[in-house]
Design a binder for this molecule. Structure first.
Ligand SMILES: Nc1ncnc2c1ncn2[C@@H]1O[C@H](COP(=O)(O)OP(=O)(O)OP(=O)(O)O)[C@@H](O)[C@H]1O
Ligand SMILES: [Mg+2]
Length: 271
């Protein structure tokens, strides 16, 4: 199970209408990427899914039950990584493990935390405070924490944004591996990115949001067989056509915003 239904969901901060009438069903085991210009409400939508805010109107349900607060059924990587700054990277992962899998020994928690930190290339970071780590390292520690609790739903907000290209590719592969670990029991993933190629590598569907207010502009299915091999994808005509289409949907979005007198920051193909 683990299907998410976002039903006529709107959200406002004071007088700022951030999200308007979002309707989206994410099937159990589906991998959905959210793309859209800065400020269109991607992080806000993830906070709603995480249960940290409530919709102003409409509802969000996980397996038919409204999301009313945070839960261990949803692993979250926020855009600001949100590690506890007074705890080491290792302690941050251990704490999540203690909450997710109560009743194990201290040694087991430490061992598992270390394994997940090693998985993201951070074996040496266990005793370090977040303040002693680079942005990319903090990001990886938060990713290790979200992977360690092995929740059926993963909510990730630009999780690989601060990483170099090689680490990023490694973690994309690791994420797909964890997502696909048990046949028939894939995790349900909602993943925010500004990177068109990342979205097309990972997603079953790409949801493009527009700005002011945030609405769903288009949902693009990515019917590309898996495993998706990076270097092969770009040799295929139908993949290139799909990429072209996604880029043009994003650009149309920006152009219409510019025409409406909004200021935007466009970065290459990403938005
Ligand atoms: N705590 C808050 N109080 C008031 N307004 C907020 C708050 N958080 C976000 N907003 C506003 O909500 C809108 C959407 O913000 P959000 O962070 O969801 O955008 P985003 O799509 O994630 O952008 P980015 O790509 O830059 O991360 C913006 O106009 C922002 O100013
Ligand atoms: Mg954001």
């Amino acid at each position: 199970m683990h299907e998410i239904v976002i039903d006529s969901t709107s959200f406002t901060y004071g007088s700022n209408e951030v999200l308007r009438d979002i309707n989206l069903t994410v099937e159990a085991g589906e991998f959905v990427c959210l793309l859209g210009p800065s400020g269109c409400g991607k992080s806000t939508l993830l906070r709603l899914l995480a249960g940290l805010s409530q919709p102003t109107s409409g509802s969000i349900a996980l397996d038919g039950s409204p999301i009313t607060g945070p839960g261990l059924d949803r692993g979250v990587v926020f855009q600001d990584y949100s590690l506890f700054p007074w705890m080491t990277a290792g302690q941050n992962v251990v704490l999540a493990l203690e909450q997710a899998f109560p009743g194990k020994s201290k040694q087991e928690y430490r061992q598992t935390a270390l394994e997940y930190l090693e998985m993201v290339g951070l074996a040496d970071a266990f005793p370090k405070l977040p303040g002693q780590l680079s942005g990319g390292m903090r990001q990886r520690a938060a990713i290790a924490r979200s992977f360690a609790i092995n929740s059926p739903v993963l909510l990730m907000d630009e999780p690989f944004g601060a990483l170099d290209a090689i680490t990023r590719a490694r973690l994309q592969d690791l994420l797909l591996q964890l997502w696909d670990q048990r046949e028939g029991e894939r995790k349900t993933v909602i993943f925010v990115t500004h990177d068109v190629d990342e979205a097309l590598l990972l997603a079953n569907r790409v949801v493009v949001l527009g700005l002011n207010p945030g609405t769903i502009k288009e949902i693009i299915p990515v019917n590309v067989p898996r495993p998706r091999i990076r270097k092969d994808l770009y040799l295929k005509e139908d993949f290139l056509a799909l990429r072209e289409r996604l880029v043009s949907v994003l650009h149309e979005n920006i152009l219409s915003e510019l025409e409406a007198g909004q200021t935007m920051h466009a970065q290459g193909d990403g938005i």
